[in-house]
Design a protein around this ligand. Structure first.
Ligand SMILES: [Zn+2]
Length: 236
């Protein structure tokens, strides 16, 4: 399998014909310096490692992956292209204070964003799974299926999905939560736009708990989980 690229910024490829697409919309970007309480803070705005995880998942079942390398400051690929350059902000907590900076700012990425969405549609997947990182000391992985878990056909299916993953391996040390609605996809443009009766899911990995110094971020148990998640996604 050889990767293809859109403008050397969006990497994609298929390991086979399985109609499932794994997306890492926030792999791109870097560290930025922010003024915080009269000092400078370095903040990591990329979700480094999610690109590696979507490739692992796609490879496991012969599916497709898409990885975006554009920083969310220029263009946030999980946001509506129509809002590009319209004053969007990225909000987060640092030192227990709510902070924000401007993001999704550069209109010159509009064409690339549209091609990115066309790429997803062209594949016509039955299931779209979107990987992100999050900040959590307590939860390893959060699965989101939209309000009332509607994107996987309701609460019963959502819990079946998790159970099937746990049946495949010993993940007893992993705390995997199924979100009721918060950050579960309703504010996630990719999932809303491409849902259309398909299954879609948001999978968020804890930056703190998934950290492995050798690998830069991802611990081996997260890699194993992702492979099993991919296998289960073919059953839905
Ligand atoms: Zn993200």
């Amino acid at each position: 399998m050889k990767s293809k690229w859109l403008n050397r910024l969006v990497e994609y490829g298929s390991y086979g014909d399985t109609p499932i697409v794994f997306i890492a919309p926030h792999e791109g970007g870097d560290l930025i310096e922010l003024d915080v309480d009269e000092t400078k803070e370095i903040v990591e705005i990329s979700e480094r490692g999610t690109g590696h995880l979507v490739k692992l998942a796609a490879k496991q079942i012969g599916a497709t992956f898409i990885i975006n390398q554009v920083s969310r400051i220029q263009a946030d690929f999980a946001r509506n292209p129509d809002l590009l350059g319209k004053g969007e902000t990225f909000k987060y907590f640092l030192k227990e204070k709510r902070r924000e900076f401007k993001c999704h700012t550069d209109i010159k990425y509009l064409k690339l964003l549209k091609r990115f969405h066309n790429l997803i549609e062209k594949r016509n997947p039955s299931f779209i799974i979107d990987f992100h990182r999050m900040s959590s000391e307590e939860i390893d992985i959060r699965l989101g299926f939209g309000v009332n878990r509607k994107y996987i056909g309701g609460t019963k299916n959502a819990f079946d999905f998790r159970k099937k993953i746990f049946d495949k391996s010993d993940f007893n040390d992993l705390n995997v939560m199924i979100s009721k609605k918060v950050l579960a996809g309703e504010s996630e443009f990719i999932l809303n736009k491409h849902h259309k009766g398909r299954h879609v899911a948001l999978v968020e990995f804890s930056s703190q708990r998934g950290f492995d110094l050798e690998k830069g971020y991802i611990s081996e148990r997260y890699e194993t989980f992702v492979k099993k998640l991919a296998e289960v996604s073919t059953e839905f």
